[in-house]
Write a protein that binds this ligand. Structure first.
Ligand code: AMP
Length: 281
């Protein structure tokens, strides 16, 4: 497994691992890896001759007062896990490598980036679009792998990949969950034991919305209100949003939900903000 920190090392390593025109699959991450990340890596491993992973906590996608400083980091363990998965190349830049002095460019994504996480974390998806575009330009993969756990992020990436004609195929991998239903997340490590015990309520609330939908409930406001109330009953009162959005557009359905929608939520437990979603169909 080759590791690269500088752009020069990355280009050398990329040439080495793809020599002879081998197909390259890419998994961008912020590190502190768990089974969810590894499910993306395994999928990339299956579908490509070689696999690259990046580990970079991207300052551009964190707003003021968010958890950039306290975001969990564990590079040595991450490298061991990736080595065990047979990853070919790991890129671990520092912020000055991707954003050197004088850096002056931004990307703004509208449309799918506006509701949900976009409304709750202004500028977040612009920061994601910026770093992922740079990583795509540097790594030039055939396929790139993202988790359904961050459903809106997947839609945002597909949007700018299409708008900017970036030659990469975006693959979305299902959400990996703990046995009690909690979506795996690096941030789960920062939950207190009391909050960890309460956290599975997020997925229970989403499953309840899916059950109501299956039983014929098509009113988005009723579903949003029920999710909010059920969270509150479970003692989760710091709710950023409970939303019903249309999957491809990420805008609220106009009146009754048609065949399909996404239920999404964001909740704060102590210092930690968790998100999750489920498809209603
Ligand atoms: P992160 O390190 O949180 O930026 O995540 C890197 C990639 O892993 C993103 O595409 C995430 O959507 C994906 N990911 C994170 N958690 C999970 C999970 N529980 N299941 C599937 N994919 C995940």
């Amino acid at each position: 497994m080759k590791t690269a920190t500088t752009l020069f090392q990355l280009e050398q390593a990329r040439q080495d691992v793809t020599a002879g025109g081998k197909s390259l699959g890419f998994v961008p991450t912020m590190g502190c890896l768990h089974e969810g990340h590894l499910s993306l890596v395994r999928r990339a491993r299956q579908e490509n001759a070689c696999v690259a992973v990046s580990i970079f906590v991207n300052p551009a996608q964190f707003g003021p007062g968010e958890d950039f400083e306290t975001y969990p980091r564990n590079l040595e363990r991450d490298l061991d896990l990736l080595w065990a998965e047979g990853v070919d190349l790991v890129f671990t830049p520092t912020p000055d490598v991707l954003y050197p002095e004088g850096f002056a460019t931004s990307i703004h994504v509208g449309g799918v980036a506006e509701q949900g996480e976009g409304a709750s974390r202004p500028g977040h998806f612009d920061g994601v679009a910026l770093v992922v575009t740079k990583l795509f330009n540097l790594i030039r993969p055939e396929h790139a792998y993202f988790g359904q756990k961050d459903a809106q992020q997947c839609a945002v990436i597909k949007q700018f990949v299409s708008d900017l004609n970036i030659p990469v195929q975006v693959v979305v991998v299902p959400t990996s969950r703990e046995a009690d239903g909690l979506a795996r997340s690096s941030r789960n490590l920062r939950l207190t034991s009391e909050d960890r015990a309460r956290a599975p309520a997020l997925y229970c609330v989403l499953q309840e919305a899916a059950r109501l939908f299956r039983n014929g409930e098509r009113n988005p406001e009723i579903l949003e209100t029920t999710m909010r109330q059920t969270l509150q009953e479970a003692g989760l009162t710091r709710i950023d949003y409970t939303s019903i959005l249309t999957p491809e557009t990420f805008i609220p359905p106009d009146g009754k939900i048609p065949e399909k929608a996404l239920a999404l939520l964001a909740v704060r437990l102590g210092e930690v903000r968790l998100i999750d979603n489920i498809v209603l169909e």
